[in-house]
Design a protein around this ligand. Structure first.
Ligand code: C5P
Length: 400
């Protein structure tokens, strides 16, 4: 989601430069604006025409155009950008960056840039492992440069090892993460999220469950993690996995297990988002062996603990609590009642009457009701964007 972001892509002379074409295309596809700065050597690996066409802007190599004297201002570029990414970053350019050498437009732009800098090193394994390169990378890291580590694998030299430039999607994701961590109060905050369904066992092979896919809760966890929060994700049985490193997953099955995990984790957190579809009832007993009865049978159900309501009781003044309401009718009345009853700060309502909203879809259409009476109705959007709207609302409840 690099929509509207201004990105300088610096390209150095390395075989991985062909992958930078995909990176530029990805940023533009996401709605970002790109200006490409290349070193002289980079032009030998990927043509300026390719990069200019993909970035929709002329590329820059020299300080001025020898034909007409037009000046490429590195200072102007450096202040224009929201982020600068150097991919591939060669051993030579990394060494020059570490030492403040300013002998080309890419390096002067780097030295003048006020925005976050991301580098994706790419080189042969021995050059990468060399203490000089490693020390230079460490120095840049200490100065706040974000490094997208190279992958291990086959290299252009025919050798195999660490030095392949990270994939363009992973570099684009890092740019997105870095930008998401500017102007956020969530960085370093521990936040709990519940997600997915619960399974209530009837016997060793059967359970009562629901259609929740966990997609909404996982999208919220990823959005929080992207902004630098430490996410405690309590997940029911789902088919998806958390991607970011700062998501700690606690797997649970039943409502009772999810409740126990939440009681332990919530006091350590700044707040919680309760997006799990928790069963309201569970069989009073779970049979020890598979039920063989072919007759009509009855299962006695007993209520499960209301996890959100329990967190609402435990909640301290410094904590926030967000709940969900998935309704089929009287949506607003039901949502507002839950907001009060569970002591939530806001509730996210989705109605099963809206096409594309609710369970198992990749999209959702929500209305957020805040406890101060404010409510905002959002359009139908991909769940990742809905997660961003929800997390923007959470930012309002973080005051330190
Ligand atoms: O009462 P209802 O199930 O509609 O409330 C939905 C909200 O309460 C959701 O945020 C859901 O995660 C939470 N909830 C819960 N524990 C339950 C039932 C619901 O945390 N046993």
């Amino acid at each position: 989601m690099l929509k509207g972001k201004k990105i300088i892509v610096g390209v150095c002379g390395g075989i991985a430069a062909y992958k930078t074409a995909y990176l530029v295309r990805e940023i533009v596809k996401q709605g970002g604006e790109v200006r490409v700065v290349m070193t002289q050597m980079a032009k030998q690996f990927i043509t300026p025409l390719t990069m200019a066409t993909l970035s929709k802007n002329p590329i820059m190599v020299d300080f001025f155009d020898p034909e007409n004297g037009a000046w490429n201002s590195h200072v102007g570029l450096g202040t224009w950008a929201d982020a600068m990414v150097i991919a591939p970053a060669t051993a030579n350019t990394i060494a020059k960056m570490a030492n403040g050498i300013a002998d080309n437009l890419l390096l002067t732009t780097y030295l003048s840039a006020r925005c976050p800098i991301i580098i994706a090193p790419a080189m042969d394994l021995d050059m990468y492992a060399h203490p000089a390169t490693q020390q230079n990378i460490d120095l840049l890291k200490q100065r706040g440069v974000v490094v997208v580590d190279p992958d291990a694998g086959e290299l252009a030299s025919g050798l195999s090892g660490k030095g392949r430039m990270a994939e363009p999607e992973s570099i684009a994701e890092t740019i997105d993460d870095v930008l998401a961590q500017i102007d956020t109060k969530l960085k370093g905050k521990r936040i709990m999220v519940t997600a997915g369904p619960t399974y209530e066992r009837i016997d060793p092979v059967r359970f009562i469950g629901n259609y929740s896919s966990g997609k909404m809760g996982y999208a919220i966890a990823e959005e929080l993690a992207k902004r630098g929060a430490i996410v405690e994700l309590i997940s029911g049985p789902v088919k998806i996995a958390a991607k970011r490193k700062n998501i700690i997953v606690t797997k649970t099955e039943s409502a009772a297990e999810m409740y126990a995990a939440a009681c332990e984790i919530f006091p350590k957190c700044k707040g919680a988002i309760m997006s799990a579809a928790v069963a309201d009832f569970t069989p009073s007993q779970c049979a020890d062996s598979k039920i063989k009865n072919k007759q009509t049978m009855q299962i006695t159900l007993v209520p499960t603990p209301d996890i959100a309501a329990a967190m609402g009781k435990m909640k301290q003044k410094t904590q926030f609590l967000v709940g969900f309401a998935l309704e089929t009718d009287h949506e607003e009345i039901n949502a507002l009642e839950k907001l009060q009853k569970k002591n939530l700060d806001f509730i996210v309502l989705n109605s099963l009457r809206d096409a594309g909203a609710g369970f198992m879809t990749d999209t959702n259409k929500v209305t957020i009701y805040h406890r101060d009476g404010v409510h905002i109705a959002y359009e139908l959007k991909p769940k990742a964007e809905v997660a961003s709207d929800i997390v923007n609302s959470i930012e309002r409840y973080i005051n330190d």
